[in-house]
Design a protein around this ligand. Structure first.
Ligand code: PRT
Ligand code: MG
Length: 225
């Protein structure tokens, strides 16, 4: 551990959009304000009212990678993203708290009128399009249903409409996106919320500065739950 590294500000990795927006009140509860809105600014490193804390803005799926390698000391990521990351890279990330923000659920959805239950009962092989390959494989393996997974990076809702897949596994919050595309959720896989994640080395070497923030986040999120 070099002294230089300890003088650097703590770095928190966030994605813009709902996670950034829902993290602001948690930071405020820790006495920290953020002057700039990443949706309006092109800056990727945002200072905060605490000179010892900066925020970096990365893609939601990249947050665990920055934290794992210690480029960020801590970060906030959806359980969906985290589970997929940890399945491939199990080491280096500590997950102390469920922040109860950016909540939704992971679900199986199909075109309205597609008889999912019968297809499952008859043992048909299903084609399932998803960004969540690990969670999807585990879910269907536990049910004893054979599937072919088609990996997509977005707009999963389109896949059943154009014959790419029989079903999708995707996040649902209001259900409006499914409805707008004539799809319906037929099975819930897991509730999803965002988690605080911490680099394991940072937790040891920078705990004097990290722990108070972790504690403030824990209190603020428990008050929300
Ligand atoms: O958007 P981008 O491709 O840059 O990245 P991302 O989609 O990974 O990021 P973002 O900010 O959209 O999502 C970050 C995290 O928010 C996710 O990892 C989830 O943990 C959480 N979250 C909570 C959601 C939703 N709710 C959600 N509704 N993430 C995505 N959605 C999408 C969903 O995939 C679907 O397309 O919103 C659509 C459904 O919304 P409803 O309200 O119509 O049901
Ligand atoms: Mg998105």
């Amino acid at each position: 551990m070099s002294p230089a590294r300890n003088d650097k500000p703590l770095t928190l990795a966030l994605s813009k959009g709902r996670i950034f927006d829902e993290t602001l009140p948690l930071l405020a509860a820790a006495g920290v304000q953020v002057a700039e809105d990443p949706s309006a600014s092109r800056k990727l490193i945002l200072p905060t009212s605490d000179p010892g804390l900066q925020i970096i803005i990365v893609r939601a799926t990249d947050v665990p990678t920055y934290v794992q390698y210690g480029a960020a000391d801590f970060g906030i990521a959806g359980k969906d993203v985290l589970d997929e990351h940890v399945a491939a890279n199990p080491d280096g990330i500590y997950q102390p708290i469920d922040l109860n923000i950016a909540r939704c659920r992971l679900a199986v959805a199909v075109r309205k009128g597609f008889d999912y239950q019968s297809a499952v009962q008859q043992g048909s092989r299903l084609r399932v399009a998803t960004k969540y390959v690990q969670a999807t494989r585990e879910h269907f393996a536990a049910k004893g249903v054979h599937i072919d997974v088609i990996k997509l990076y977005g707009s999963m809702e389109l896949a059943p409409l154009v014959g790419l897949a029989d079903a999708i596994v995707d996040l649902v919050s209001t259900g409006n996106t499914l409805k707008a595309n004539n799809l319906e959720a037929v099975e819930d896989i897991a509730p999803i919320s965002s988690r605080l994640i911490v680099n394991q080395a940072s937790l040891k070497t920078r705990s004097a500065r990290l722990q108070p923030l972790i504690d403030a986040f824990a209190r603020a999120s428990a008050a929300k739950a």
